[in-house]
Every structure is written in C-alpha cells, then in structure tokens.
Design a protein around this ligand. Structure first.
Ligand code: MTE
Ligand code: MO
Length: 196
C-alpha cells in the first residue's frame, strides 16, 4: 500500500481511527495503581468458575503455537496507536485446552495486582484475540503488562488485561474494575461505548 508512505505521521486516518480518538506516536503507559512485579518462574495462569479448573505454568503457555500480530490499540482516554506489533498465543489455541461448561456466557480476566475486566464470551473468543509476551520483538516490558497480557483488538484497551493471571467463566455478566467505576460494560470504540 504505497499511499501509506505519503501519509504524514499523526494524521488521523478516519478509516482506522475511531471517532473521538487521536493518534499518538509513543506508547503511553496506563495503569491504575502500582505495577506488580511478576516473574516467569512463579507465573501461574488459573482457569476458574464454569470450566474445569486448571493452572498453566509459563512453560505450558510457551508450548502453544506462537504468532506475530499487528493490532491497533484504542484507549478510552482518547489516544490510539496503530500497528502495534506483538508476539503471542491465540486465545483460540489456549481455549482448545480449556473445558468450558456450556452454561458459561461471560468471562472475567484476572490479573496480578487485582485488576479485573469482564467480557461476553463471544467477544473473548474472537479469532483475532491473543495473549502477548513480546512487544516490537522485545520481551513485553513490565509497565506494558509483562510478562503476559491479553490483547482484545476490537474493544477499548482497558479490556486488554496487563499481568493477566487467570480467566473466570461466568453464567452472567459481572463487572470488572473499570466497569464497576463507570466504564461501559462492552467498550466498542467504533460505537464510542466509553462510559455507562
Ligand atoms: N492489570 C491492568 N491491566 C490494564 C490496566 C491496568 O490498570 N491494570 N489498564 C488498562 C487500560 S485503561 C489501558 S488503556 C491499557 C494500557 O496499556 P499500556 O499501559 O500498555 O498502554 O491497559 C489496560 N489493562
Ligand atoms: Mo485506557
């Protein structure tokens, strides 16, 4: 796509930048509270709720197929970053190892440090979603959620849980940290589902 090279950096590209967002060249860090220190040696990822309970270690995760991803990132505080390059594991590959009760309709992502964020199961299971452990080919920096975070490209970035350490399967919607504090339950950037 030749046209891309002639575009001035920072110019809002209406086809890719959702309404009310502006492009940022850097990659701001947005964390509520202190960033937890998480080591891969003791790292655990727990499946709970309406699914067969299971704990994955770092090595279990690294044994899954690894892919490179390019995704746009939209923070509800109105900055967007296009074409972020990640390396990670598809949620769909992880889900092949998780036995979910058919009654489950929603999930809660859990994190080291206590942050949570909720999603309808259908949004969570989108083929484009992944767990990232590298950012631009370097180990995911701790401030951006290293060693592992989720990336849910089609929703505002508060759904992309940094320092993720578990998934809880639910039979009804429950609210995560920001959702309890006034953010929209779903958070679709093209519909500007910012606050509820
Ligand atoms: N555990 C955790 N995950 C989190 C957050 C947080 O405070 N704690 N902030 C969210 C918000 S509001 C945004 S915009 C993105 C920011 O990711 P970044 O700091 O890598 O830019 O992470 C999301 N995931
Ligand atoms: Mo955000």
């Amino acid at each position: 796509m030749l046209g891309k090279f002639f575009q001035k950096p920072g110019v809002e590209d209406s086809e890719r930048v959702p309404p009310g967002q502006h492009l940022t060249k850097g990659f701001p860090v947005l964390t509520y509270g202190a960033a937890p220190q998480v080591s891969i040696d003791t790292w655990e990822f727990k499946v709970s709720g309406l699914a067969t309970a299971k704990t994955f270690t770092w090595d279990d995760m690294m044994a899954l197929p690894q892919h490179e991803f390019t995704a746009d990132f939209h923070c509800v505080t109105r900055w967007s970053k296009l074409d972020v390059k990640w390396t990670g594991i598809k949620i769909s590959d992880l889900m092949k190892l998780i036995e979910v009760d058919p009654k489950a309709t929603h999930i809660m992502e859990h994190c080291y440090g206590g942050y949570t964020t909720n999603l309808p199961l259908v949004d969570f299971l989108k083929e484009e979603n992944f767990l990232a452990f590298k950012l631009f080919n370097e180990p995911l920096p701790p401030e951006h959620g290293g060693p592992m975070r989720s990336i849910i490209p089609h929703l505002y970035a508060w759904k992309s849980a940094k320092w993720i350490n578990g998934l809880e399967f639910l039979e009804r919607e429950e609210l995560g940290f920001w959702e309890r504090n006034g953010y929209h339950t779903r958070g679709e950037p093209w519909a500007e589902e910012r606050y509820s």
